[in-house]
Design a protein around this ligand. Sequence first.
Ligand SMILES: Nc1ncnc2c1ncn2[C@@H]1O[C@H](COP(=O)(O)OP(=O)(O)O)[C@@H](O)[C@H]1O
Ligand SMILES: [Mg+2]
Length: 322
Amino acid sequence: MSLLERELLVVTGKGGVGKTTLATALGLLAADRGLRTIVVEMGEQARVPELFGLPAGEPGTETELAERLWSISIDPDRALLEWLQALGGRVSGRLLASSSTFQYFAAAAPGAKELVSMVKIWDLTQAKRRRGRSYDLVVLDAPATGHALGLLDSPRTFGAIARVGPIAGQADRLGKLLEDPTRSSYVAVAHPTEMAITETLELQQRLHDQLGRELDAVIVNGVLPQRFSGPELERLGPAPDGTANGAGGTRGAGGRGTSATAIRRSAVVAAHAVSDRARFQHNQLARLRRRKFDVISVPFQFAAKLDLAAIGSIAEHLRRKL
Ligand SMILES: Nc1ncnc2c1ncn2[C@@H]1O[C@H](COP(=O)(O)OP(=O)(O)O)[C@@H](O)[C@H]1O
Ligand SMILES: [Mg+2]
């Protein structure tokens, strides 16, 4: 069953590894396959509409990006405030409007913000929503790993406090969605470095311990192409002295000399450095594959700025693998 054929697809990983980029690419791919899809960003940011050249809508509103593709940004503080306000008569509006009361409540009920945010996401997965359109797939561009695990654990952490009332039922239904492999899937995004891959293995363990779930796929993002074969590198000759082997750069390459030898020397240094790094990255991919992960590598995009066209080409690349 494809990752996209679920109600919810959670994209997680460290900050800056490409979660938003990949959540958008996955959204484009799903919409292209005929699924009505919404990409959910968390927090105050709304980068996805910007990628489509659209102004970010108000937090909590759905923005149409393309055919069958929408995005929304959910801010946990705001979601909690709205939820408290919706309790209506039970809590006075004036009391809530005071930020110290709000902060007090947020601190006294750990996991409440997360749960209320996740309930909003759960609502987006519902075929028949009380308000708003329905979606076939919700792609969650989750916050960085630690926070994401807190979100995913919220039905348990907060649900235990609120055993009664509407929130208890919601926590329960949300928990069922997150635990059911036929309804939700989890994807980790990681850079092809040793530390990032080690962290992904830890994430897998925590997901297993918390939810009894496994990562459905690991997307290794920013993989360099292997441009030269072994014999080709041999023909180039050994890297000149003082060059980096492994992850190093090409410092000193070029210099001021522009003689043919200097240029040739720089090219040889660069060829070896890139090749060493690509080899190292491919070893990290192999490390994941040995552990039977479904590994999807996404090439590094050589573009000054990753625009919609570049994200589209990542989606195209994913199409063959998903
Ligand atoms: N495959 C890629 N090739 C090149 N640059 C990338 C790639 N994926 C992401 N980026 C760039 O890396 C930066 C971080 O990506 P982003 O999706 O915002 O990460 P996150 O959401 O995990 O913080 C952005 O500038 C993005 O354009
Ligand atoms: Mg992001």
